[in-house]
Design a protein around this ligand. Structure first.
Ligand SMILES: [Zn+2]
Length: 423
């Protein structure tokens, strides 16, 4: 499209985004608890990020609850919470059929993404994800551009992904889906796309394989962040407006001996109400359970038959269990966290920093856990970094309760496109 007919801005989901004056790159580092970058900077392993922070902006932002990957990636992509785009987890009970189904197909998406809107307005847009399921969601509605996953980079073709021979283009072999190399491929692809194609808008979303296994400051985590830093440095040096944030944080969810801390809520409810009276849904459940054994800090409970009237009585009983942070009825949870009521159960249960919620002990295969469990999903994994390589045009207003400016992670495109000082 000729430059003369480009709009000054694009509106998506009720928000206005200025047309990028230069390539604008948002990097979502999966599971990047703020302590990871802080520790790696302190160890002298992220000199580029330290320099970017010194010349730019470093904030803490709040992720969407449940603090899981897909709800947050789609919130970032739509600039709006799950109540707007519908993706509240990986897994839910379809109210039409009453069956538990995966929510990782674009047919479940209820709102356009910023990528779709900008590409339809004629912008060059590139999206690179670690896993292919997320590529399908994030690429939905895009008119042209590049949309690629590291997991299936060998299957990329110009007609479907905007790029032929992605492996040759990036110059790396196809990475294993369970590896740090999967994230490295995403970032290397981003650098190459910026060099060769200069997209107006680019989104790079990594995977939290390292963060699920290794704590901030560990040798493995520091090596990962040193790799990340090389790519952030390259993106910055190529003249992009650069933003770095995360989908959620990450915490230890095990005891002193390394055994997972799990409250098996389905077993508990079956004991209280009888089998079949309730269904516990863990929206973290996905086909990639090796990371976490489907154990996170967020669950939703559907009550059936006579038990449907017992929600109010169950609330204090569940809330009194050790390791539970919060229990809310559906409407209160949806109002507080911006969730779609038709994709939530009667109760929402959130566990504490070092506790997870499971269904039944027999239903979780923990044999794939080759390191003490680290996971996410709760309020204690909600704080994430938000870093820009330019200063803010206007300081964010401080919320009175905390005194600290705290945007949402899904404000990242609005801030990157509308909120930074010209330079
Ligand atoms: Zn994630």
């Amino acid at each position: 499209m000729p430059a003369a007919v480009r709009p000054d801005a694009v509106s998506v989901n009720g928000r206005r985004y200025a047309w990028p004056a230069r390539p604008t790159v948002v990097v979502c580092l999966d599971g990047s608890e703020p302590a990871y970058t802080e520790a790696a900077i302190a160890a002298g392993l992220m000199r580029n990020l330290a320099r970017i922070i010194a010349k730019g902006t470093s904030l803490l932002a709040e992720a969407v609850i449940p603090s899981f990957t897909n709800p947050n990636n789609l919130s970032i992509a739509c600039g709006a919470p799950p109540a707007v785009h519908g993706i509240s987890g990986n897994f839910f009970i379809d109210p039409e059929s009453g069956k538990a189904v995966m929510m990782n197909d674009p047919s479940f998406l209820r709102a356009p993404t910023i990528f779709a809107a900008f590409s339809q307005a004629g912008a060059r847009v590139a999206v690179v994800t670690a896993k292919d399921k997320l590529r399908l969601l994030l690429g939905h509605g895009m008119a042209g551009g590049v949309c690629l996953s590291a997991e299936r980079a060998d299957k990329a073709a110009a007609a479907t992904h905007g790029l032929d021979d992605a492996l040759g283009f990036v110059g790396l072999p196809l990475p294993d889906v369970y590896s740090a190399a999967l994230s490295e491929f995403v970032l290397a692809a981003g650098v190459r796309l910026l060099e060769r194609m200069r997209p107006d808008l680019m989104y790079l979303s990594t995977t939290d394989y390292i963060q699920h296994k290794h704590a901030p400051g560990s040798a493995e985590a520091n090596a990962f962040y040193a790799m990340v830093d090389r790519h952030l440095g390259a993106l910055d040096a190529l003249g992009a407006t650069l933003a770095v944030t995360a989908d959620h944080g990450m915490n230890d969810k095990h005891d002193a001996t390394g055994r997972p801390n799990v409250l098996y809520l389905q077993d508990m409810l079956d004991g209280w109400l009888g089998a079949g009276a309730s269904t516990v849904i863990l929206p973290i459940t996905d086909p990639y359970v090796v990371h976490h054994g489907a154990l996170g800090s967020f669950a939703t409970v559907h009550l059936h038959g006579a038990a449907a009237g017992q929600g109010a009585a169950l609330l204090p009983r569940i809330a009194a269990l050790a390791g539970i942070d919060l229990v809310l009825p559906r409407d209160a949870a949806c109002a507080r966290f911006g969730l779609p009521p038709d994709r939530m159960g009667d109760l929402v249960v959130i566990s504490a920093r070092h506790m997870t919620v499971g269904t039944s002990a027999a239903a979780h295969d923990l044999s794939g856990l080759d390191a003490p469990l680290r996971s996410h999903g709760g309020l204690t994994e909600q704080i994430v970094p938000m870093i820009f390589n330019r200063p803010l045009a206007v300081p964010l207003a401080a919320p009175p309760a905390t005194g600290a400016p705290r945007p949402r992670n899904y404000d990242v495109f609005a801030l990157a496109l509308n909120g930074l000082a010209p330079n």
